[in-house]
Design a protein around this ligand. Structure first.
Ligand SMILES: Cc1ncc(COP(=O)(O)O)c(C=O)c1O
Length: 397
């Protein structure tokens, strides 16, 4: 039985879960898996493997018999110590180890933060387009995602006037990722200072997803809203090792919040996870304590890959319009010549007929329609192969 039919027909599934549609990202992956030799631009995950010194640290921890048990709920003390140093050095966040919870990726940190801050029926403001998982996480908390359109013509910048207008007595939180998935937009310090002012004025919690913090280009700078001292009680900031150190499968991240928040968020973290995987915590410790040139290498590659993808899109001006991403490894071109097809139909046809896998923009909220998300965390050859095929498919070769 199809999953939607089961959810609708059997009345065994919670309304909260039944409301959530199929993930377009996973659906495209499934469809792409059925076709050979696809140029794959639809997964937002690093294609390189975790650096060797990190893997070796995990192997050593396994050999020494250090990974068989739970760690403390909040994470290994040495890891929290290293994270506190990193937050001070790179994010301007003055944190103690007690203000950190090590989580199962950024995703579990976000889920725990949302559960700790948001009640059923509360409204959460999200920029649109935004990472589809954030929208689902708000629904999972029985809260209402309120999607605030961004300004596409200004590189998908936050529209602060619309954000203010969207606030109601039920608004409880603002949830964003910067650099953004799917658009690659970096919300700069000036904008985030205004978000902070709005949050304080309306007593809102700002939950951040800073997964792509190290991948910013040109003159963009990553800014953590929790670095503003006045935001201490109003910010919960989620980070991850997934992107920075190519550690997708290790499921390891962390969050920072004011000390008063930590016992409250821990109440949500325990039933979701008990603790993050112990073996991955040793790997994460090695990542933070070890050489950082792998991060610089990833960053240099993504910058080059972004430039290549933009250059290839420049050759298709009648087919796609795009905003140059300032960060992440994702971009969100507008489909100019869709022939009336929606983004799902467009992507399915592209996959079937051109063997190029992209993610339909509708997955990222209603303003994502008529767009595709393309990932450039792939070898340059994959970008070239995908665009050679696109050009042939669109009759531009
Ligand atoms: C914005 C954003 N946040 C979080 C994640 C997942 O992070 P993690 O693997 O740390 O749970 C992704 C993965 O694509 C992402 O794009």
């Amino acid at each position: 039985m199809d999953e939607t039919e089961f959810a609708a027909g059997q009345q065994l599934v919670s309304a909260r879960v039944a409301r959530i549609g199929k993930s377009a990202i996973h659906e495209m992956t499934r469809l792409a898996g059925m076709i050979e030799d696809v140029a794959f631009l639809s997964w937002a995950k690093p294609t390189s493997d975790t650096p060797e010194h990190i893997r070796e640290a995990a192997v050593a921890a396994i050999r020494d018999g250090r990974v068989g048990g739970y760690s403390p709920t909040g994470g290994l003390p040495a890891l929290r110590e290293a994270i506190a140093e990193k937050l001070a050095r790179d994010n301007g966040i003055n944190a103690t180890p007690e203000e950190i919870i090590v989580t199962v990726g950024a995703i579990e940190g976000l889920a725990a933060a949302i559960m700790a801050a948001v009640d059923p029926g509360d409204e959460v403001l999200l920029p649109s387009p935004t990472y589809s998982t954030h929208i689902r996480q708000v629904i999972m908390a029985s809260a209402k995602p309120v999607l605030v359109p961004t300004l596409e013509e200004r590189g998908f910048a936050l529209d602060l006037d619309r954000m203010r207008e969207a606030i109601t007595p039920r608004t409880k939180a603002i949830l964003y990722c910067s650099p953004s998935n799917p658009s690659g937009t970096v919300f700069g310090e000036e904008t985030l200072r205004q978000v902070a002012a709005i949050a304080r004025e309306h007593n809102l919690v700002v939950i951040t997803d800073e997964a792509y913090e190290y991948f910013v280009y040109d003159d963009h700078r990553h800014f953590s809203i929790a670095s503003l001292p006045e935001m201490r009680r109003h910010a919960i900031s989620c980070f991850t090792f997934t992107k920075t150190y190519a550690m997708t499968g290790w499921r390891i991240g962390y969050l920072h919040a004011d000390a008063d928040w930590i016992p409250q968020i821990t109440k949500a973290h325990i039933p979701f996870a008990i603790c993050a995987p112990t073996v991955s915590q040793y790997a994460a410790l090695a990542a933070l304590r070890g050489p950082q040139d792998c991060v610089a290498d990833f960053q240099a590659h993504y910058r080059k890959a972004r430039d290549r993808m933009c250059a290839r899109l420049d050759r298709l001006p009648d087919d796609f319009g795009y905003q140059r991403p300032g960060g992440s490894y994702l971009m969100f071109p507008r489909i100019l010549a869709s022939g009336g097809e929606d983004s799902i139909a467009f992507c399915k046809r592209l996959l079937r007929e051109a063997k190029v896998s992209a993610t339909p923009g509708i997955a990222f909220g209603p303003t994502g329609e008529s767009h595709l998300r393309l990932s450039f965390c792939v070898p340059l050859e994959t970008i070239d192969l995908a665009f050679d095929r696109l050009e042939a498919y669109l009759g531009r070769a």
